[in-house]
Each structure stands twice: as C-alpha cells, then as structure tokens.
Design a protein around this ligand. Structure first.
Ligand SMILES: *Cc1c(COP(=O)(O)O)cnc(C)c1O
Length: 368
C-alpha cells in the first residue's frame, strides 16, 4: 500500500473550533464586534460594483477596464498594502511582508528561517497555533512557563538556545504584556531569530518597535488586520523586519496570498480609517476595564492584567462547565483547561457595552 500522509502528520492537532449552537454573541475569537472600518468597506463595495459585467457592457473594451478584483490576479505580494504600510509606519517597503492573515506570515517565517529539526521556543501558554505551525514545518516547539505576572520569562527563553524565539505581547490568551526593556533584552541576546507577535498591540498602547526591528537583521514584528482592524474575514496580516529577513519570508510564502479585495481594504483602512480605529480601541479598553472591575475581588475568579481586546479570568471551577453556562445564555466564550501555572480560565472578547450587559449579568450570578 502507498503511504499517503507524511509520517507523524496525524499527530499534529487540526484547528477545529466547535460550532456553537444557539449562540448569538460570539466572544471567542477576539474579532472586532464594532464592525468593519467604514472607508475600507466602501472601497470594497465600489470595487465589487466595478467588477460586475454590467460595468464593461457599456462598450468599454475589457483590455482598458480598471483591474478587476475578481477576474484578475491581484498583485503578487499586495503592493498597495505594502506601500501604504511603509508610508504609515515610516519604514522602507522592503521591510514589509504581507500574508493571508498573520498565521500565514508565521508559517512562512518558520519555513524560511529555520531548518527542519531546529527549535522554536515560546511562552506557555501563548498563541496555540505556534506549536502547530512549528511542527508542520518540521520544527520542535519548546514551551517555557510565563512569569507569575504574565510577562514572558526572557532568561528562560534565551537559555533554550532555540533557533527561533517567539514572543507574543500582549500575550494570547492571558493578555499580559512583556515590558519593553525585556523585549529589547531578548532582541539583544537572542542566539537566532526573534518573532514578536503584536496581534493586540493597538489595545495596549505600547510604543511601536518598528525602528528597532528594522535596525536589527534578526527580528520580525507580526501584526494582523483580524483584531483591532475588523477585517478577519478578509485574512490579512503582515510582518516588519530587515530587508534580508523579509526577502527570505517572501520567498517561502509564495505569491498571491493576499487577495485583491483584502489588499484594497487593508490599504484603505491604514490610510483613511485611523480615527475610526482610535475610537474602537478607546471603547474596547474602557469595556475591558469595566468587565474586569465586575469580578475583581470576587471568590473563585481572578482577572489577569489583560491589555488585549479581551479579558482573561482564571477560575476555580471547571472552565468548560462555566462556558456551558454562558452558552445557555447565547454567549460564546473561550474555555481553557489546566493551563500551565494557571489552571482553568476563560477568555472573553470585549464588544460594545450594549452587547456585554448579558455577560455582566451572568458574571454577577456566577461570582456573587
Ligand atoms: C488572532 C491572532 C493572530 C492572527 O491571526 P490572523 O487572523 O491569521 O491574522 C496572530 N497571533 C495572535 C496571538 C492572535 O491572537
């Protein structure tokens, strides 16, 4: 018989979230529940209208029609977005790589920057896809416990000597931030490549690391349009680093991973929707504080100092059973069981307060 899958592939977990029955408020994915950036949305709508056959039926020869985002290939590497990001971040366009979500950039970076058999060190708990992408690329993930305050343990990460050190700040799922001085110390002493995942940086208000990342050859900063920017469905993420590192990631990523509508939406968002973003971020931060305040000091629940668009509550009860209680009220929350050094916990995304009233009410009942 011919072997089909590569040996060991079946042992790598597949990402398969449960479909939630009867849930009309899904707070599991930390997406933007305020909606999509308005100018970006309008640009996509206009582009779609111009893509319809009616637009060319008026006699305009196809060859002279504007680039059609449906029938034509997009630019190879989302050139519109790369230019827009370079201009807003103040970096050279050769320092920016885009992808089909930052997941795609992480995957491509692992493949580009490490050889099969080498190691990826990361905090535990941290972003659940990191050990998965490591294994898919033949790398060995090593989890290092977080410090008691939720920051990454930089000394222990460095002590692994791993080829790639991945650091997520604010960390998913705890929301905790690693102090800037510690991040810079990691960059300075790392024996190999450093990946810094800033998927939630907009909500933390931390000082950007663009200058540091592009001045060092071995650093890649990762950002996404799926969280604060409200474009999760279009799948866009990016990385910023030195030209040498970015070139390697671009090579391993392959062409056309950002589609034409995603390129247009993300580029429009960063140039025209900044005021909208600032408003969403302000409200998300306020609602995060408000949710945490509700349970702080209550028995059986301990809110962590999350700087993301979600709260993270360590709980004394079974997290799955608690998530079921939320589900009975039509609310989806993410349950974690037996996290290293933490135990059971819930991660709950923030939303406009008009939607969170139900969450607040149930929290009052669960932790009186
Ligand atoms: C959500 C998330 C991402 C990325 O998501 P994409 O949708 O693939 O851009 C990356 N890192 C962390 C820590 C996340 O939480």
């Amino acid at each position: 018989m011919i072997r089909i899958a590569r040996p060991g592939l079946e042992r790598i977990p597949t990402y398969a979230p449960q479909p939630l029955v009867g849930v009309d408020l899904d707070l599991r994915d930390n997406t933007n529940l305020w909606g999509a950036p308005p100018r970006a949305l309008a640009a996509v709508q206009t582009a779609l209208q111009s893509a319809a056959p009616a637009a060319v039926a008026g006699g305009l020869p196809l060859a002279f029609a504007p680039a059609n985002p449906i029938t034509q290939y997009p630019s190879v590497g989302a050139s519109r977005l790369v230019e827009a990001l370079a201009a807003t971040l103040g970096v050279d366009p050769r320092c920016v790589v885009t992808g089909c979500g930052s997941d795609d950039v992480i995957d491509a970076a692992f493949r580009a920057l490490a050889s099969p058999g080498e190691r990826v060190a990361h905090a535990d708990p941290s972003f659940s896809m990191v050990p998965v992408f490591a294994r898919l690329n033949g790398l060995e993930p090593i989890g290092v416990p977080l410090l008691a305050d939720g920051a990454a343990d930089v000394d222990s990460l460095l002590a692994t000597g791993a080829r790639i050190i991945y650091l997520c700040s604010p960390n998913n799922p705890t929301g905790t931030v690693t102090p800037r001085a510690e991040v810079l110390r990691l960059i300075e002493h790392a024996p190999g490549i450093v990946l810094i995942d800033e998927a939630y940086a907009e909500f933390a208000g931390t000082h950007p690391l663009w200058a540091e990342a592009t001045a060092q050859e071995h650093v890649l900063i990762l950002r996404t349009f799926s969280k604060a920017w409200g474009l999760a469905g279009l799948r866009v993420g990016y990385g910023v680093g030195s030209p040498a590192l970015i070139e390697a990631v671009v090579r391993s990523r392959g062409p056309y991973t950002v589609n034409a509508l995603a390129d247009l939406a993300a580029a429009t968002a960063v140039t025209e929707d900044r005021a909208w973003l600032a408003q969403v971020v302000d409200e998300a931060r306020a609602n995060r504080t408000r949710l945490d305040a509700l349970v702080r000091g209550r028995r059986g629940v301990r809110p962590w100092a999350s700087q993301g668009n979600f709260v993270f509550w360590a709980v004394d009860a079974d997290a799955m059973a608690l998530a079921d209680r939320f589900q009975e009220r039509g609310i989806g929350v993410r349950a974690f069981r037996g996290l290293r050094g933490i135990g059971d916990a819930l991660r709950i995304g923030v939303a406009p307060w008009s939607q969170l009233g139900r969450v607040a009410q149930l929290a009052e009942e669960l932790w009186p």
